[in-house]
Ligand binder design. Structure first.
Ligand SMILES: Nc1ncnc2c1ncn2[C@@H]1O[C@H](COP(=O)(O)OP(=O)(O)O)[C@@H](O)[C@H]1O
Ligand SMILES: O=C(COP(=O)(O)O)[C@@H](O)CO
Length: 577
């Protein structure tokens, strides 16, 4: 149970504020996360890490000399937004390039990739290495699909040490990739975890049982067994990981025995005692192990064992000194304290729209108010749906996104924006505050709709239909989901197609939209019959059958909400053909 919080929606922001205040010797807050408050004598490649909150010391606790230069810190169990990653990486870059590194989750990949593209367009040299250490999250012939868990630390430590040693960006990327290839983790859990303010745990492990291979957000593993003794657990870990040993990996290994939040250090030491003995019996030599909390999952009782197989270069980098709020080793060279300018990105000037476009923008504002009310009402249910096959944060993410989007849109409308600029402002704020997969997807849709409506002429119903078709195409190109994968796309495609067909037939926008919203709802409901194959729910396989996809359900809800606004509108909206 997470007991101490104020407003649950503000938990991540308040946590980050407190963390930065308590860790000022190492980090300073910047928009989107934290960067180092110290600087080495010479500029180096910058290592920027990140992920959702709820996993401390991942990720902010690993920012400091010899480790990361910055961390983008997202909402609870939700990836940071592209804006957050961009802000942190831009601030951290010392002119020698940036390596982005994070655990392999759908939302993180979408947002980090967007940030990387933007940074490259601005002239930064940026590479990415995703961490894929969790052996139970995909079979060995699809290693690239595996999740990142406590092995994050192994990869970050190697990359950070290489940067500190003066490697160029090619070199830092190379060793980080090499470390990831030689890192394997195996996790177990005895209980679920409860997000702040939630009435029930995100998932449960039956009393007296242990979930084997369960991920750090409750993603299912491979088995549920009786809780073993500490020695039996150590044997399970060691045998499981050694079966997955990288080819030609040698005999020198770093074990990381990680507590996931609700297991005592003392219990971990009892397990470690047997881990060490078993590794020695298998002819492996242990190098500088770690036992403790390295990547947690709120109050989840569980632990994981990671093995990093060393070669000479990796061993030298693993042994190098580091000094971060939650990870210290050896003595780092004296660092200069710096005060990084932390100005938020300047708000883009709002261009005035034509009077006709401003009228459409006002209608967009009314629709967004209604969308806020709809999501506020549905948030708990969306969270419940997401907790069956996902990480339970869909309601939280949608609330953060739609509130921020509405507020930004209202500010744009007050500044005289047309419909296009209003929707773009909404998209940027939605993605920034929500993070996660749905934040990236909703932002992509709103941007495309805004581009179709523009700021000049009064948008026609064809403009709206084209905007929705562009949104559909953008989401499918960006997230790579097809109809039938059990995602929002299952509702977006019939919505956009039905709207386009209705408008082409000569229906009014309201008539065509009503048909389209009905098609979206029907398709969203039917996702209950499917097994998820993409996004976080992918790893839940058949467990998602019987429950509709939360993103499809929230999409359908919002299209029905807009339908009500169009129906109640005094004049026929977008009446031109
Ligand atoms: N590749 C994808 N394309 C489109 N939608 C996706 C994709 N992957 C996941 N989704 C949608 O995102 C929803 C989850 O949103 P959110 O709760 O923000 O995700 P997460 O916390 O998993 O990042 C899913 O229910 C699904 O509808
Ligand atoms: O949950 C996390 C991010 O993944 P999403 O795909 O956005 O849910 C996070 O905790 C790990 O970065």
């Amino acid at each position: 149970m997470t007991r101490l919080f104020n407003d649950p929606a503000a938990f991540a922001d308040e946590m980050i504020e407190g963390f930065a205040a308590a860790s000022a010797a190492w980090v300073q807050p910047v928009p989107g996360g934290v960067v180092r408050s110290t600087r080495a004598a010479e500029p180096t490649v910058a290592l920027v890490i990140g992920g959702g909150s709820g996993h401390y010391p991942a990720f902010g606790g690993l920012v400091g000399a010899g480790l990361a230069h910055g961390a983008a810190m997202g909402n609870l169990f939700a990836s940071p937004s592209a804006q957050q990653v961009h802000s942190v990486a831009k601030t951290a870059d010392q002119g020698r390039g940036v390596l982005l590194s994070y655990g392999n989750y759908a939302g993180d990949v979408l947002h980090f990739d967007q940030a990387q593209a933007r940074l490259i367009a601005e002239g930064h040299d940026v590479r990415t290495v995703v961490v894929t250490d969790d052996i139970w999250s995909a079979p060995s012939d699809r290693k690239e699909q595996r999740r990142g868990i406590a092995g994050d630390l192994a990869v970050f430590k190697i990359a950070g040490a290489a940067a500190a040693a003066g490697y160029d960006l090619d070199g830092v990327e190379r060793v980080a990739r090499h470390a990831n290839e030689r890192t394997r983790s195996f996790g177990v859990a005895f209980t679920g975890c409860t997000l702040p303010g939630a009435r029930a745990p995100l998932f449960e492990v039956p009393p007296g049982k242990m979930a084997v291979g369960l991920g750090i957000h409750g993603e299912p593993g491979i088995d549920v067994v009786d809780v073993p003794t500490a020695d039996e657990l150590a044997a399970l870990f060691v045998e499981g990981l050694l079966k997955e040993a990288p080819a030609g990996a040698g005999t020198r290994v770093v074990p990381l025995l990680n507590g996931l939040g609700g297991v005592k250090y003392e219990e971990l030491f009892v397990v470690y005692r047997a881990v060490r003995r078993l590794l020695a019996e298998r002819g492996l030599h242990v190098v500088e192990p770690e036992v403790g909390e390295l990547c947690t999952s709120f109050d989840m009782a569980g632990c994981s064992l990671t093995l990093l197989w060393l070669d000479d270069e990796l061993e030298r980098l693993w042994a190098a000194p580091a000094d971060a709020p939650a990870y210290r080793k050896g003595a780092v060279p004296q660092q200069e304290r710096v005060d990084v300018p932390t100005q938020a990105e300047a708000d883009a000037a709002i261009a005035s729209g034509s009077a006709e476009s401003q009228r459409t923008a006002a209608l967009v504002g009314i629709a967004l108010d209604a969308m806020v009310d709809a999501i506020d009402t549905a948030a708990d249910e969306l969270g419940r749906l997401d907790s069956i096959a996902g990480d339970g944060d869909h309601g939280i993410g949608m609330r953060r996104g739609v509130h921020a989007g509405r507020d930004a849109a209202q500010a744009a409308i007050a500044a005289g924006a047309g419909a296009g600029t209003t929707l773009t402002a909404c998209a940027d704020a939605w993605s920034d505050k929500a993070g996660g997969t749905s934040g990236a997807i909703w932002a992509a849709m709103l941007r495309e709709l805004g581009a179709s409506l523009g700021d000049d002429a009064a948008p026609t119903r064809t403009d709206v239909a084209q905007g929705c078709s562009r949104a559909r195409d953008a989401v499918m190109a960006f997230g790579k989901a097809q109809v039938g994968d059990k995602t929002m796309v299952d509702a977006i495609v019939p919505f956009a197609d039905t709207l386009t067909a209705g408008v082409a037939r000569g229906d009014t926008l309201t008539e065509a939209w009503s048909q389209a919203a009905l098609a979206a709802q029907t398709a969203a409901d039917r996702t209950a019959d499917l097994a998820a194959s993409l996004g976080r729910a992918r790893s839940h396989g058949d467990r998602s059958i019987g429950t509709p996809d939360p993103g499809a359900i929230s999409f359908a809800l919002l299209t029905r909400t807009v339908e009500a606004v169009l129906t109640e509108s005094q004049e026929q909206p977008c009446s031109g053909a």
